[in-house]
Design a protein around this ligand. Sequence first.
Ligand code: HEM
Length: 81
Amino acid sequence: PSALPIFSQEEVTKHRSLKDGVWVTYRGSVYDITEFVAIHPGGDKILLAAGGALEPFWALYAVHNQEHILKILSEYKVGEL
Ligand code: HEM
């Protein structure tokens, strides 16, 4: 069982800039990736997903379909949808 909070999609959508924080969702979990944006190997493209789901972007950029990337993502988890 997770001790992390549950967020609405509306709350996630409020976090779509470096100023307000950059949140994304993936498979029902919520991630605050604000600190990761500057070190993303794919640069600012990551901001396209800000406030929404990673799935459509990772379907296009299949380089993310690797175990070590899910491990990076897991470090930024802040809650569930
Ligand atoms: C590359 C992580 C979101 C676009 C990468 C790489 C990592 C990474 C680790 C290097 C992969 C490798 O070379 O093995 C992440 C994480 C994300 C995220 C943790 C979400 C929290 C996104 C999004 C987009 C994107 C949303 C596009 C809208 C790219 C591109 C590359 C890349 C284009 C290739 C860069 C290159 O090698 O030239 N990402 N990414 N990423 N990412 Fe992301």
